[in-house]
Design a protein around this ligand. Sequence first.
Ligand code: GAP
Length: 445
Amino acid sequence: MADAPTMEKLVSLAKRRGFVFQSSEVYGGLGSVWDYGPLGVELKRNIKDRWWRSLVQARDDIEGLDAAILMHPRVWEASGHVSGFTDPMVDCRTCKSRFRADKLADARCPQKPSKVPGEHTACDLTEPRQFNLMFKTFMGPVEETAAVIYLRPETAQGTYVNYLNVLNSSRQKVPFGIAQIGKAFRNEITPGNFIFRTREFEQMEMQFFVRPGTDEEWFERWRAVRMAWHEGLGLTPSRLRWHQHGPDELAHYAKAAYDIEYEFPFGWQEIEGIHNRTDFDLRRHQEYSGKKMEYFEQATGERYLPYVVETAAGADRVTLTVMADAYREEMVEAETRVVMGFAPHLAPVKVAVLPLVNKDGMPELALELYHDLRAAMPAFHDASGAIGRRYRRQDEIGTPWCVTVDGDTAGQRSVTVRHRDSMAQDRIGLDQVKLWLQQRLVASG
Ligand code: GAP
């Protein structure tokens, strides 16, 4: 198992190699908002694609959906977010800083020496006030109260208000699910830890609609499916665990909830929540919209509001998990080798093609092979610098295989394939390279 990397090293590699950049960096950055660079966008897409394939494409009982970010403001009254999606905050009248009232002991006052807010004689804290985490904006040309709408803080509500549309337009029957990947926004007061907690993020949520009374059984089934999915990403099993929500932790809508947690360099933290949301959301939307949300079960002639088992993961959080888990440093010939040991199916670049030297027909052969490979998988061509340095560059971005075209390639019609993790090299036929890689990619999951 790799040593836990410090977050600074990971953030530095992410920037240097084009995984993640700070948003609006040239203007000094925007608090806890991040942009994905060329490699980061590929990595995150691989994670999202894998989630979508496993839930929507590889099953018959889940439909996909892409609901809009902007929704009718009544949605958020019905869901409880207008009244209840708040954190208690205290302000310091002296230094003008704002702190989470329930996390004061973990906070630090900006005055020197740094202490817990309230401990300096100059500190002057207000009483706790509720602060809503939803971002507000205005719809249409007039900035007035009646025009206030919100950026969604979760994708789930787009699913609830579309549940009948999906049911009536597909051939599904309860039990069935709806899956979505999309942006969500929360004006977090204590964001941080890089892309772990941000103000703009992407969720991968699935709501599974079941007959009341079968919800507990489905809840257990979904717990098992979701843990297996995370393990299938190649994450270190001992760094994954369950956290069951106690009665004081349960969200207002939940009958039961478990988090899948990962051991980050900054401690154990949630990466996905599995919730038994009962019929809370459908009942509330039925009440607030006046539209019946009941399901008619033909087999029994019964009408009921389905219960919902929800699996809610963050695409950015899973991306950070995969990066933190992949990062390792090794000593090789008295030098530090940094490796992102991504599972091949997640690696942003699958193969790099390198001519050993830039002469004797090697560059031409390498380019020809690269063009052939890139039609089949994300590939990279690098002809500059010493071969050892080129290998290290690929190790740092997690490329599982490097194919080197050398002096024997033209005559023997063969190349060397270097394995990222073992650094071992195999000699294989030039005409076999594509198939060899494809077989290993399929085998990697
Ligand atoms: N619909 C239920 C729901 O939204 P949640 O536990 O608030 O539940 C689900 O969020 C997942 O979304 C979390 O497990 C996390 O992975 C991700 N997430 C939530 N807030 C986030 C934030 N501020 N930044 C990044 N990811 C976040």
